[in-house]
Ligand binder design. Structure first.
Ligand SMILES: *[C@@H]1O[C@H](CO)[C@@H](O)[C@H](O)[C@H]1NC(C)=O
Ligand SMILES: *[C@@H]1O[C@H](CO)[C@@H](O)[C@H](O)[C@H]1NC(C)=O
Ligand SMILES: *[C@@H]1O[C@H](CO)[C@@H](O)[C@H](O)[C@H]1NC(C)=O
Ligand SMILES: *[C@@H]1O[C@H](CO)[C@@H](O)[C@H](O)[C@H]1NC(C)=O
Ligand SMILES: *[C@@H]1O[C@H](CO)[C@@H](O)[C@H](O)[C@H]1NC(C)=O
Ligand SMILES: *[C@@H]1O[C@H](CO)[C@@H](O)[C@H](O)[C@H]1NC(C)=O
Ligand SMILES: *[C@@H]1O[C@H](CO)[C@@H](O)[C@H](O)[C@H]1NC(C)=O
Length: 926
């Protein structure tokens, strides 16, 4: 049955293009260095058959290609591509897809990466380095060789925790605490099959204390190592999940450590480099021979400073060489970034001796090198090091045969991480009290739900191997590289035309309309405003980086970081979609960064990966995991989909989508609307009859199913069948989408009437929230994916959706005429203008266009961002504020997100506003 609807898989109905070329360009200018890169490309339906297409890159660049998504007809929808490392990357690349039915003069690509996979380990040779990944034990990387030298060994993870925090003792007296140090324990190691340009080694496991059993194994990790042909670097994507008890398991350090063999290297030929500010570096040696009372000679001094091999000591001034034993050796160096504003540095000769301060600075580039002029060494860096504070870098044992570099993703110098709730419950022990509290702080509290159990964090690191100490300029370049890894992206017009990621956005119009230009410049204002707020308000930190705050407190000139539901935003009303869609249409690097950081935040910290809430996210609040509203609307992959595909299928993001595939299991354990449902409704969650909201619950699941289907993941047929069943059964609800909430059979995907209306006589539950978490975008993508061949199957569903689009903003009289009652008072009209634009476009109804702009710019903008808003910030300084800030009291993140999403979509769907036909509009713009 399915095949008749969807077309026989693998058969492409329309005439296929034989060869097509797509240009990709660097987001941020051509990099001076490239350790390899992966990117994604979309393709229009029916153009290239998955298994019969070959890809080549211009300039004969070594290219590896794979499918990341398919149209239902078996043609490619998205592909991933990897380019090998290069010292001279091209300004742009043309990727050519050929086939089916054409024989290409495709260069036979040799495997740029050599992989050996045995029972004990996986060995990867990039041509520049060889790395060995054991399949069991405590080390993730047992050795890294370059130029026949072993320059790194024992790559492992470290975790420290303690049973409490000294903060709980007012007098600062030592509290009796147990302290634990854990190491990684590897349980699973896999390697990807293709090796033309890159290979991926995935290592997972837990943290363990060997031997004494004083603490159970915990804190699962997945660390991915990306190795590119011809590269001296390894990109490391490090994911951890917190699975402790926040009252007992206080994390005091999360680290990744590599040892560096130094035996045989003279102390004065051992070098330490630590990244400082703006490309700056600390230049030190284990045994310094500069600044001494006697001069070993200019070549010796400048050689050590530069990190080159010093001339034989017999050639130096003997006044120095005869006294080398009196010059201390420095074993340990430590950079500590406990705030986004400053770092401290110090060093010591060895354990047991005092530290000596080294002048510090503001924001460290987060990279450290340890090695020798002849033995070589390693550099290890963390992307966004200072933004992820508290972080630190340790070089230790530099004066022994085996030194080490530790990158602390959570610094042991910071004091333990306290993940307990920030208040004691305030006596809110009934739903009635909790709802009343919501009235004042907007926090939706419930004991037991404010748990960090199952939240995660993903960090990105780079490891670089050297056969001798590199020049400082090189390390400076690599520091910048670590923080700004290059990104390749096709032209926005091309992406749009493929229809692979939404038909509701367009590039900024060339049409010369003042009104459209004003909307464009306002959206630009908002993007830049959030960039500035991240910096001015220091929205940084281990758990916080990538989030923004929900609402502003005008009186304190401060975002409401401490007020219940007004604090961390957790993707409320889709700022992610604003930032990603803005990026898609402009290709702008700044928008990419905002959106990228959100992906790494919302998908990880605001969502659960273990436990009862797996696949759900948490509503906005003071702590990212604190609010008791656990909802799919926050975890929905619609927020991460653009990144997933344009990154060539970022594997961690792919995992997150899989978690949401099972969110129906969480719906059984957690009744999302338990507190707000009509008390007369008796509801016991049942997998066959989950009482779900169409927009805030199902849309997230549907997006996960859609991606699983697109990428032909292990459950794609189940996902497709359930989507089809939903599409078939939903329109049978008398009022279609206006029903709002109904019973969903998670085993089949079928909808049936809600318990309030078992006979399907027609319920009306229209919430302002249903439509503002990506449901329109998900349905648009879904219908596009089903495609023209499935139109008979999807039409009733789509019609019901278009009715919803029409009636949300229609007059009460129209609503009543159609449904027998009106929808009551609804808000978020500006954000819903895109629904009106969507139905205007898809029903070809030009008479609706003035309504779109009345909602966006006229009456509807009154609870959004009106044209009459200032559209500028105001500088506040002096004693009014802690530090000078730019504020815009008229901006809330809800309003900004909706303005952006609706602005982009409405402009794309109905074109520039005609300002003479907007009801309630008092101004034509600025
Ligand atoms: C491509 O070929 C593989 C192996 O024969 C097959 O499993 C897969 O389904 C094919 N994909 C498509 C989209 O036809
Ligand atoms: C090992 O990891 C691979 C992917 O990296 C995953 O597919 C597989 O299920 C894992 N196996 C176990 C036993 O965890
Ligand atoms: C150290 O580097 C500087 C600047 O590149 C250079 O002028 C000098 O010759 C170098 N010294 C040695 C001994 O390599
Ligand atoms: C760092 O890299 C970015 C992105 O490639 C580039 O725009 C910037 O100029 C670089 N900064 C320095 C100091 O080289
Ligand atoms: C667009 O309009 C502006 C002002 O209305 C005018 O200065 C400009 O020349 C116009 N540009 C085009 C390409 O028509
Ligand atoms: C998970 O849900 C079950 C059933 O509701 C409950 O008994 C259990 O305590 C929950 N576990 C956690 C860790 O919350
Ligand atoms: C749903 O429909 C039933 C039957 O018409 C009615 O009694 C009930 O009040 C309706 N509830 C809502 C929320 O519309």
């Amino acid at each position: 049955m399915l095949t008749t609807v969807l077309g026989v898989l693998g058969l492409i109905s329309c005439a296929t293009a034989q060869s097509s070329s797509v240009k990709v360009k660097w987001l941020d200018g051509t990099p001076k260095y490239l350790s390899g890169v992966t990117f994604g490309l979309p393709w229009p339906r029916g153009q290239h058959l998955a298994n019969a297409t070959t890809f080549t890159a211009s300039g004969d660049a070594q290219l590896q290609s794979w499918a990341t998504a398919y149209w239902p007809d078996g043609s490619l929808k998205w592909t991933g591509h990897a380019l090998a490392a290069s010292d001279a990357p091209a300004e742009e690349y043309i990727i050519t897809a050929s086939g089916p039915g054409i024989s290409t003069r495709s260069r036979r690509q040799s495997n740029g990466v050599k992989v050996s996979d045995t029972d004990n380990d996986i060995v990867v040779n990039t041509g520049k380095i060889t790395a060995t990944f054991p399949k069991s034990g405590n080390t993730l990387v047992s050795s890294i060789e370059t130029g026949n030298k072993v320059v790194g060994i024992n790559g492992r993870l470290i975790l420290r925790s303690q049973t409490g925090t000294p903060d709980d003792d007012e007098d600062g007296k030592p509290v009796a605490l147990d302290h634990f140090t854990f190491e990684s324990k590897v349980s699973n190691v896999t390697v990807s099959r293709d090796t033309i340009a890159r290979t991926l080694v995935t290592v997972s496991g837990v943290h363990t204390i060997d031997g004494d059993g004083s603490h159970a194994d915990w804190f699962p990790f997945t660390v991915r190592f990306y190795l590119y042909a011809n590269s001296e670097a390894i990109r490391i994507v490090h994911t951890i999940i917190y699975d402790g008890d926040s009252t007992k398991d206080f994390i005091s350090g999360i680290g990744i450590r590599f040892d560096v063999p130094l035996a045989g290297e003279e102390f004065y030929n051992r070098h330490i480099r630590i990244a400082g500010v703006d490309g700056g570096l600390l230049h030190e040696a284990v045994q310094g021979i500069t600044g001494l009372r006697r001069d070993p000679g200019i070549d010796v001094r400048s050689g050590q400073y530069n990190g080159t091999l010093l001339p034989n000591a017999s050639t130096w001034d003997q006044k120095v060489t005869s006294r080398l034993q009196w010059i201390p050796t420095w074993s340990d160096f430590r950079l500590t970034q406990l705030s986004p504003d400053g770092f401290n540095l110090k060093k010591r000769t060895k354990t047991g001796q005092s530290w000596v301060k080294i002048p510090g600075g503001t924001r460290s580039g987060g990279l450290a090198y340890l090695g020798g002029a002849t033995v070589g060494g390693l550099a290890l860096g963390l992307r966004d090091f200072w933004k992820k504070y508290p972080t630190s870098l340790d070089i230790s044992n530099g004066a022994t045969d085996t030194g080490s570099i530790t990158l602390w993703l959570y610094s042991p110098q910071a004091g333990p991480m306290d993940l307990r709730p920030y208040h004691d419950g305030l006596g809110e022990d009934t739903y009635a009290k909790q709802l009343d509290a919501l009235e004042i702080t907007y926090e939706d509290y419930e004991a037991g739900y404010n748990t960090p159990y199952g939240i995660g964090r993903t960090n990105e690191l780079f490891l670089y191997a050297f056969h001798s100490t590199p020049e400082a300029d090189k390390l400076s370049l690599l520091t910048n590289y670590t923080n700004n890894p290059p990104v390749l992206f096709p032209e926005p017009e091309y992406v749009r035309d493929t229809k692979a990621i939404g038909g509701y956005w367009d590039v900024p119009s060339a049409v010369n309309s003042t009104a459209a230009r004003t909307i464009e410049s306002n959206m630009d204002f908002l993007i830049k405003f959030y960039e500035s707020q991240v910096e001015e308000r220091r929205w940084y930190g281990f758990w916080d980086h990538g989030d923004v705050i929900h609402t502003y407190d005008d009186d304190r000139h401060q975002w409401r970081y401490d007020i219940g539901g007004y604090a961390w935003d957790n993707s409320e009303l889709s700022p992610d979609l604003f930032f990603w869609n803005f990026f898609l249409r402009t290709g702008r690097a700044d928008a990419y960064r905002l959106a990228h950081d959100q992906v790494r935040h919302g998908g990880e910290v605001d969502s659960y990966h273990l436990g009862n809430f797996t696949g759900l996210g948490t509503r906005h609040g003071v702590q990212h995991w604190g609010d008791s509203a656990k909802q799919a609307r926050i975890a929905t992959p619609v927020y991460r989909k653009t990144f997933y595909y344009i990154s060539g299928g970022d594997e961690r993001t792919g995992d997150l989508v899989h978690e949401v595939l099972d969110v129906d299991k969480a719906f059984v354990l957690v009744d999302a609307r338990r507190k707000v449902r009509d008390p007369s409704v008796v509801y016991t969650p049942d997998p066959k009859a989950l009482y779900l909201n169409f927009g805030t619950d199902w849309a997230g699941l549907a997006q996960a199913y859609l991606i699983e289907w697109e990428r032909r993941g292990p459950r794609w047929e189940e996902a497709r069948d359930k989507l089809l069943e939903s599409v078939k059964t939903y329109p049978r609800l008398k009022n279609g989408f206006v029903t709002g909430e109904a019973l969903y059979n998670s085993l089949t995907g079928a909808w049936s009437p809600p318990p309030t209306d078992p006979s399907n006589s027609g319920n009306i539950t229209v919430s302002h929230l249903s439509g503002v978490f990506g449901v329109l975008e998900t349905i648009d993508q879904l219908i596009e994916h089903f495609g023209p061949d499935a139109q008979n199957a999807t039409k009733p569903f789509y019609d019901a959706f278009l009715d919803y689009c029409y009636y949300y903003g229609a007059s009460k009289a129209e609503q009543k005429a159609r449904y027998g009652a009106d929808f009551g008072s609804l808000s978020l009209k500006q954000g819903h203008s895109r629904y009106t634009a969507y139905v205007a476009y898809h029903r070809n109804n030009a008479t609706l266009v003035p309504r779109v702009w009345t909602e966006f710019l006229g009456d509807g903008s009154k609870d959004g961002l009106a044209p009459t808003a200032p559209w500028k910030t105001e500088r506040i300084s002096g004693s009014d504020v802690l530090i000078p800030v730019d504020e815009a009291i008229w901006v809330s993140t809800n309003a900004a997100a909706l303005y952006g999403v609706a602005g982009i979509e409405s402009l794309a769907l109905v074109g520039a506003p005609d300002v003479n036909r907007i009801a309630g509009n008092t101004t034509t713009g600025r």
